[in-house]
Design a protein around this ligand. Structure first.
Ligand SMILES: NC(=O)c1ccc[n+]([C@@H]2O[C@H](COP(=O)([O-])OP(=O)(O)OC[C@H]3O[C@@H](n4cnc5c(N)ncnc54)[C@H](OP(=O)(O)O)[C@@H]3O)[C@@H](O)[C@H]2O)c1
Length: 245
């Protein structure tokens, strides 16, 4: 059965790989973006199959988050799978950040990574409950939630919160047949982190490399599948044994 899939933050990077993976399975994908419309169009045009749509919107704005979901439902008919991939990762190391900048980074990071994820999840979950859809919600979290992010503390904190949100929603939505899980990637070779992938970073994994975006998409493929109901509430480490806890 072809599913309707909303992937937030699919303009490039991991979101693009996830959108491509679902399209290759024969699903209809809503490719969401915030500011990089051209890149998102590139994602859309690269998808195999038909019925995919492009949806712009700032999920940091509660009305924007609701509009993204409403538009996805209107265009796809049904959203069977939500992938919460959109996020920002802004630096604010304590020693070299002033208080004003600290405030700005925390506000924006919480608004996008946590509240945006919560609001999009809420609206999609309501849609799934109303339609009786045994849907799937998959969050893209981070290894940083466990290991700490000294240069990006707001990012690490919001990713830990996203894992916890996924666990709460997993328990709350199970009676409706909806499963919720998170993936916690280590370093992934995307445009955003390209300048941070050094030999030292590669050496964090005994495989001596960082992940390819498609390896994160493969984990999402499983967690979004019908057979993954029993993995609801899981936080799946996908980091090449770079951090065992
Ligand atoms: N790359 C890594 O090493 C790594 C490791 C662990 C976890 N992750 C997680 O994987 C996910 C994707 O990472 P990536 O490296 O592919 O990052 P990316 O290329 O920067 O993609 C982030 C996406 O989020 C969207 N976005 C940002 N702010 C938004 C807002 N206010 N409203 C709506 N969308 C917004 C961006 O849209 P626009 O481009 O249109 O602005 C973009 O599509 C993130 O959740 C990240 O935390 C990445």
């Amino acid at each position: 059965m072809s599913r309707g899939v909303l992937v937030t933050g699919a303009s490039r990077g991991i979101g693009r790989a996830i959108a491509t993976m679902f399209a290759e399975l024969g699903d209809q994908v809503a490719v969401h973006y915030s500011s990089r419309r051209e890149a998102a169009e590139e994602t859309l045009h690269g998808l195999p199959g038909e019925g995919h749509v492009l949806i712009g919107g700032d999920i940091a704005d509660p009305a924007g988050a609701a509009a993204v979901v409403d538009t996805a439902v209107a265009s796809l008919g049904t959203v069977h799978v939500l992938v919460n991939n959109a996020a920002v990762n802004l630096p604010s190391p304590v020693a070299s950040t002033d208080y004003e900048e600290w405030q700005r980074v925390w506000r924006q990071t919480v608004d996008v990574n946590l509240l945006g994820t919560a609001n999009v999840s809420f609206r999609v979950a309501k849609h799934m409950i109303e339609r009786g859809i045994p849907g799937r919600i998959v969050n893209i979290g981070s290894r940083g939630a466990f290991r700490g992010e000294p240069d990006h503390p707001a990012y690490g904190a919001t990713k830990a919160a996203v894992h916890a949100l996924g666990q709460s929603l997993a328990a709350g939505l199970a009676p409706h047949g909806i499963a919720v899980a998170s993936v916690a990637p280590g370093f992934v070779a995307t445009e955003r982190v390209a300048d941070r992938v050094t030999d030292q970073v590669r050496a964090q994994s005994p495989f001596g490399r960082v992940a390819a975006p498609a390896e994160i998409a493969a984990a999402v493929r499983y967690l979004a599948s019908p057979e993954a109901q029993w993995s609801s509430g899981a936080v799946l480490d996908v980091n090449g044994a770079s951090y065992l806890h």
